[in-house]
Design a protein around this ligand. Structure first.
Ligand code: AMP
Ligand code: GLY
Length: 454
């Protein structure tokens, strides 16, 4: 006899492209009765019921989850996690995907993350900690090797890291962070970190504190300009699979970084249930941790859900309830995905808002294309821009060129005043292929793995 699965309501917290992608994927689950999104955006409204409770309104979110009797809350951004949303939900016995505030400290405080890394001998750059600008500058004057990296301790929307080539630049960074307080309280403490050379990569895993499930690698493009030039952004585009994360490298990241991190959290008695998103430098001595994030990346999440063939909801639910060990292995689409961020003029600096958007329906109708809203709003009966990263246009293809062509064809059909993107998303792939990197035969054989009781 076939029993119909028990369906549940799922609440997704947040309002960006990542949350649209999560809501889109969760809404396809046979286990899902309804997706609520708080506060959501015009994109999530197509797959979920938006409820106008802000992601910063913790009591409002808990009350919403209770009154709607949701079976799972999925927290998108780091802010509410750092503020303790997951702890508050767990206190009223609502399963939540996302770490409590102690776990979220891995992202909130670079100093605390560094303490953990050093205490458990997880590879990372050497550093000195300062809470006084004069002492930091004195130390900088004593250095002979440059560049060095100056980091504000707290959350700074990805803008609190300064790679400095000279002592003058480094001192100016210390002043900007600690004296001018460019990042507010986030700059009460700083790290002066050794500069690591190598290529950057990131790794995504989910853990319930005991079991680790490593997800497919996604390559982000952080800088605003083509050829990786100009200031850093939240991410201008993504592609996957990624050639340079070979099976050997994957194992190194797992054994030297991810497993020891889960051990460390458990030794510190931090019950961590959510995403471990690790930024890495691939140095000659192996992968070294640059930073931890405690949530999915944006736009990485948009690419991840496109390549995930399995139902996402059981994975999120098992992570939230501590039963990850029992889930079926996820199945990944071996095809390529490319995601191009369509941004507003001026981004990542001051940008314009309120420009009417057209052509979205024609673009979304193209084969293999799915468009996620990051910064849009409905004004009257018009869709207008309302953020720096307005949309993420994703497309699947049998090879990277096919995925790129489809993504840019869709992007080109969308119009608004001042729209721009990077035209080189995914072109790194060809460079890596020319260097001799080859694609894994079957991603499911390598990464579709659950490490129990790590
Ligand atoms: P984070 O916000 O910590 O990810 O840092 C932002 C960017 O700064 C990274 O993506 C790297 O490009 C660079 N970065 C951070 N730490 C280092 C380091 N120790 N050595 C070299 N580059 C770094
Ligand atoms: N795309 C990088 C991040 O979400 O942090």
């Amino acid at each position: 006899m076939l029993l119909s699965p028990i369906q549940m309501k799922v609440l997704v917290v947040g309002s960006g492209g990542r949350e649209h992608a999560l809501a889109w994927k969760i809404s396809q689950s046979p286990l899902c009765d309804e997706v609520l999104c708080a506060p959501g955006n015009p994109g999530t409204a197509e797959v979920a019921r938006n409820v106008s409770v802000a992601a910063t309104d913790l009591p409002g979110l808990v009350a919403l989850a209770q009154s709607e009797k949701v079976g799972l809350v999925v927290v998108g951004p780091e802010g509410p996690l750092c503020d303790g949303l997951a702890d508050q939900l767990r206190r009223v016995s609502i399963p939540v995907f996302g770490p409590g505030s102690k776990g979220a400290n891995l992202e909130r405080s670079k100093t605390d993350a560094k303490d953990l890394l050093e205490r458990y001998r997880i590879p990372t750059a050497g550093c000195k900690r300062f809470d006084h600008s004069g002492r930091a500058k004195g130390y900088l004057r004593s250095l002979t090797e440059w560049p060095m990296v100056i980091k504000a301790d707290g959350l700074a929307a990805g803008k609190g890291v300064y790679v400095c080539d000279t002592v003058e630049e480094a001192q100016a960074a210390v002043d900007a962070i600690m004296e001018e307080r460019r990042h507010g309280d986030a700059g009460d403490r700083i790290l002066v970190e050794d500069f690591l050379t190598g290529e950057e990569a990131s790794s995504f895993a989910v853990t319930d504190g005991e079991t680790l499930l490593i997800l497919e690698p996604i390559q982000d493009h952080k800088q605003v300009g083509e050829g990786d030039t100009g200031p850093n952004t939240g991410g201008m585009g993504v592609y996957s699979p990624v050639l340079n994360v070979t099976q050997r490298l994957h194992r190194q990241i797992e054994q030297r970084v991810l497993v020891p991190t889960v051990h460390a959290l458990s030794r510190e008695e931090i019950k961590y249930r959510g995403v471990l998103f690790v930024g890495l430098m691939l140095t000659d001595a192996g992968p070294s941790v640059i930073e931890y994030n405690v949530r999915f990346g944006d736009p990485e999440c948009q690419a991840l859900v496109r390549r995930l063939k399995s139902d996402l909801l059981p994975i999120l639910l098992a992570t939230a309830t501590g039963t990850l060990e029992k889930i079926d292995l996820p199945e990944w689409d071996p095809r390529f995905v490319v995601g191009v961020v369509a941004a507003a003029a001026g981004y990542p600096g001051a940008y314009t808002k309120g420009s009417p958007i057209s052509g979205l329906e024609e673009a979304a109708a193209l084969e293999g294309v799915e468009i996620f809203h990051g910064g849009t709003r409905v004004a009257g009966n018009e869709l207008v821009t309302d953020g720096g990263r307005v949309l993420c246009v994703t497309a699947m293809g049998d090879d990277i060129e096919q995925a790129r062509e489809a993504a840019y064809a869709a992007y080109d059909l969308i119009q608004w005043e001042g729209k721009f993107c990077r035209r080189d998303i995914g072109t790194r792939h060809a460079g890596k292929a020319a260097e001799g990197f080859a694609l894994d035969e079957d991603p499911n054989e390598i990464r579709g793995e659950v490490l129990g009781d790590v």
